[in-house]
Design a binder for this molecule. Structure first.
Ligand SMILES: Cc1cc2nc3c(=O)[nH]c(=O)nc-3n(C[C@H](O)[C@H](O)[C@H](O)COP(=O)(O)O)c2cc1C
Length: 133
């Protein structure tokens, strides 16, 4: 039997966050996540974050607590929480997924950039978030 991992998908609100702060968040993630066995992806649309986190349950829960307390955003709202036996993002300490300017090219960019091993239901939730203006 393989190791059971946890996968969380949440959204949050950060309407006045300077874009450069997203780089700082990604730097912290690249610094911290590998040692904690955390992988995932992060989207920022200028107003809201969407993040997928996966790893051992205790590590993901602990990171969720840290992230929820982070004053750079608020209104953290968990959309999905499930057990997985294989990571969707095994190679990404925290991948920044860019949302294209043109709504028309967003879907095709996401279809290309989102991990193939993501559950179709989660994939749909992420794409729907990303196409909201
Ligand atoms: C939307 C968002 C996502 C974040 N994701 C991560 C993450 O994946 N890993 C991480 O270590 N910190 C993440 N952070 C930052 C943490 O809240 C916290 O600032 C950081 O872990 C502190 O790291 P340090 O103790 O190395 O300075 C995130 C913050 C926000 C606002």
């Amino acid at each position: 039997m393989g190791i059971v991992l946890s996968q969380y998908l949440y959204i949050s609100t950060a309407p006045t966050l300077p874009r450069e702060e997203v780089d700082a968040i990604l730097s912290a993630s690249a610094r911290n996540n590998p040692a904690r066995g955390i992988t995932g992806l992060l989207l920022f649309n200028g107003r809201n974050f969407l993040q997928l986190l996966e790893g051992e349950n205790t590590e993901v829960v602990s990171l969720m607590e840290t992230i929820t307390a982070d004053p750079r955003h608020n209104g953290v709202s968990v959309l999905d929480r499930r057990e997985i036996t294989a990571r969707a993002c095994p190679d990404w300490a925290m991948k920044r997924v860019i949302i294209a300017e043109s709504i028309k090219s967003r879907r095709e960019m996401l279809e290309r950039d989102l991990p193939q091993d993501l559950d179709p239901e989660l994939r749909k939730m992420i794409v729907n978030f990303a196409v909201l203006n």
